[in-house]
Design a protein around this ligand. Sequence first.
Ligand code: SF4
Ligand code: SF4
Length: 295
Amino acid sequence: MKELVVISGKGGTGKTSVVASFAALAENKILADCDVDAADLHLVLEPDVKEQMDFSGGSEAVVRAEDCVGCGICAKLCKFEAITQDGPVNSSGVKTFLIDPFGCEGCGVCVEFCPAKAIDFEEKTNGESFVSETRHGPMVHAKLGIAEENSGKLVSFVRDKARKLATERGVDLVIIDGSPGIGCPVIASITGASLVLIVTEPTLSGLHDFKRVAALTAHFGIPTLVTVNKWDINPEMADRITALADQGGVKVVARVRYDPAVTQAQVARTSVVEHATEGIAADIRRLWEEVSAEL
Ligand code: SF4
Ligand code: SF4
């Protein structure tokens, strides 16, 4: 089975527009939206949810104030400084300790060493994942809970689910809308992938972002392609990115022009290649031909 991951150095480069068009063009595939912090592939593909699962990225420690003896051992041991003596005074007159749920990293140390066994450690729901049907085939996607940060684990969960679904259905291609940036979620999106396509823009920040993500894929030894989106806005910068890619062993594939058809397609909740046949739609078709030939 092949996994193609489409990534960018930051959000808003047109990555999801490219993935939505690939979804329309690729024959037999499973789609996975691993941009879980800003999932928007569903806006174009309008999934019909068939299966929903809660996702837990770990456990959360909570002090039972009535059982706390106020010794403070937990606060001394917590490396994340998530515990303070800000709990209520309990019925034994003890000023108790309290754990900040946003500071707790779920390591379990305080639970283990509390002499009064006064700390609960329950699995916490961080988000939901879904298996849906779309007009372009099955899609696995997810929604992270408000203020939740376990997106690396959720990305791995979505990828695993997409791979399992592909095996079950005898499909040999998974197309992934990867997370932007270079942090934990994007690493979870690309590790072990067959091919990465970087979508970048012809700006100075696009150049820097390209360098950073290309260094990441090189580090993991993943074959990498790059396309410059809206290349005609700044052809000189597009050439600089292309030259840099050549030097770094990243294969340059078809460029994509700036075209208002992208916005029109977004408003119509459809992909660019379904919305138009000329202009950018022709660029993306060429891009898909070149990318699929590398798979
Ligand atoms: S270690 Fe246990 S008993 Fe001691 S302050 Fe913390 S929660 Fe309370
Ligand atoms: S589980 Fe770990 S991170 Fe959370 S409060 Fe306890 S010691 Fe701190």
